[in-house]
Design a protein around this ligand. Structure first.
Ligand code: MD3
Ligand code: FE
Length: 203
C-alpha cells in the first residue's frame, strides 16, 4: 500500500518483504567485506548506529567532517559493489513514488541493536538534492522521527516495520529526521536487531 507521509514522502508498507531473504544475504556479503563500524562525528562522539556501505561511494564521518568517499577508510579498498537486488528494489520503489530513473551510487547500511538511536539530522551531503533517498527497514520495528526543514519544529513519530520502504524526495528531502532508541525484541530473521538501507545518488 502507498501512504503519503508529507509532500514528497511516501511509505510503501511491506514493499521489501518478498525480497527479504535476498536482501539479507546481500547485507551479509557486503558486511563480510566492509564490516559494521561505529563512526566518530566531527564533534568527537561515537555514533551508536553501526554502519557500512556499498556502491561507488560510501558515507563516512571522522573528526575532519562528513563526506562521501570511494574508499573504505578501514580497509583502504573500494566499497563492495551495489548488489543487483539492492539497486533493482531502490529503483522500483522510487518509480512507484514518481521518481523514474533513480540510479543510486551509494547505499548506507545501518545496524541498530536494542538501545541504538539516531539523533535528529538532515541528509545534505549529496550533490543533487533533487534526487530522492529510498530507505528500507528490516528486522525489529523502530519509531522514526520525521520533522520539518526547521530543527525546532516538533517531529512526528512514524512506526517503521520489517519490509517498509520510504521514498523521501521533493519538499521532504531536507526534513530533519531520526530514530528513537530501538526496543528489545526478537525478529525471526534478524534476531535482536534492525537493519536500515538508505539508497542515495550522492555523486
Ligand atoms: C527523511 N537513517 O541513514 S531512514 C540515515 O532508519 C538515516 O537508519 C535512518 O536517517 C535509519 O541518514 C532513517 C529514513 C530517512 C532517510 C533519509 C531521509 C528519512 C529521510 C532524508 C530526508 C528526509
Ligand atoms: Fe538521515
Amino acid at each position: 500500500s502507498m501512504e503519503p507521509l508529507a509532500p514528497g514522502a511516501v511509505v510503501l508498507r511491506r514493499f521489501a518483504c518478498r525480497h527479504d531473504a535476498a536482501l539479507l544475504a546481500a547485507v551479509q556479503a557486503v558486511t563480510a567485506r566492509a564490516p559494521f563500524r561505529h563512526l566518530v562525528t566531527p564533534g568527537g562522539f561515537t555514533m551508536s548506529v553501526a554502519m557500512s556501505n556499498c556502491g561507488a561511494l560510501g558515507w563516512v564521518s571522522d573528526r575532519t567532517g562528513y563526506r562521501y568517499d570511494p574508499i573504505d577508510p578501514d580497509s583502504g579498498r573500494a566499497w563492495p559493489s551495489m548488489p543487483a537486488a539492492f539497486a533493482a528494489l531502490a529503483a522500483q520503489a522510487a518509480a512507484e513514488a514518481g521518481f523514474d530513473g533513480f540510479v543510486p551510487d551509494a547505499c548506507l547500511v545501518n545496524r541498530y541493536l536494542p538501545g541504538t538511536r539516531l539523533s535528529l539530522h538532515q541528509d545534505r551531503d549529496e550533490r543533487d538534492l533533487g534526487q530522492p533517498i529510498v530507505s528500507v527497514s528490516l528486522g525489529l520495528p523502530a519509531v522514526f522521527q520525521f520533522g520539518s526543514p526547521t530543527r525546532s519544529d516538533r517531529p512526528r513519530r512514524v512506526p517503521l516495520a520489517h519490509g517498509d520502504v520510504v521514498v523521501w524526495g521533493g519538499p521532504a528531502r531536507l526534513n530533519f529526521h531520526g530514530v528513537l532508541p530501538l526496543k528489545e525484541g526478537e525478529h525471526p530473521m534478524l534476531g535482536a536487531s534492525r537493519i536500515n538501507l538508505t539508497f542515495r545518488k550522492a555523486g
